[in-house]
Design a protein around this ligand. Sequence first.
Ligand code: COA
Length: 146
Amino acid sequence: MISSVDIKVASIDDVDVVYNIDKECGSDSYSKEIISLSIKNDINFIAYIDNCAVGYISCSRVLDEAEVLKIVVLKEYRRKGIASLLMKNVINKLVEVDVGVLFLEVRSDNVPAKMLYEKIGFEKIYERQKYYSDGVDAYIYRLSLL
Ligand code: COA
């Protein structure tokens, strides 16, 4: 864990910043239009090290439920606790506004993401067989915030 990570709420001026980090996700990356809509409507945090944006998280909320839409950390900054810190900030925010449960969906072959979620305490509650276009299953995870 590195101590000098700053977590900031993303503003509409950060569309390009988020877009550039998101390109790390390759074919799953979002367009600038989707990022712009998400910044306006959802909870988005950006992680900075020395004023350099190194990761972000996006989370949508409907009433007392929320869903992590995306979490990405630049390759050279991974395994330093940045995704965990982003998730902690989202969870704190959701608890503050009385959200009771957090869901997310992940490809079954995404080992780093599954390990991250399980370390945080998410439980796998459902499998969607051959959900993705390449035949990979989707796993649905749930974390109670109560
Ligand atoms: N292999 C095994 N476990 C891993 C792992 C890996 N490559 N990456 C993370 N973990 C687990 C470990 O338990 C780790 O704790 P430890 O380092 O003390 O062992 C824990 O998750 C926390 O890791 P952290 O450093 O907070 O995660 P990160 O900043 O490296 O980011 C991802 C994790 C998944 C966000 C990052 O790998 C990433 O950006 N991947 C590409 C985008 C993606 O697939 N996002 C998820 C779907 S949107």
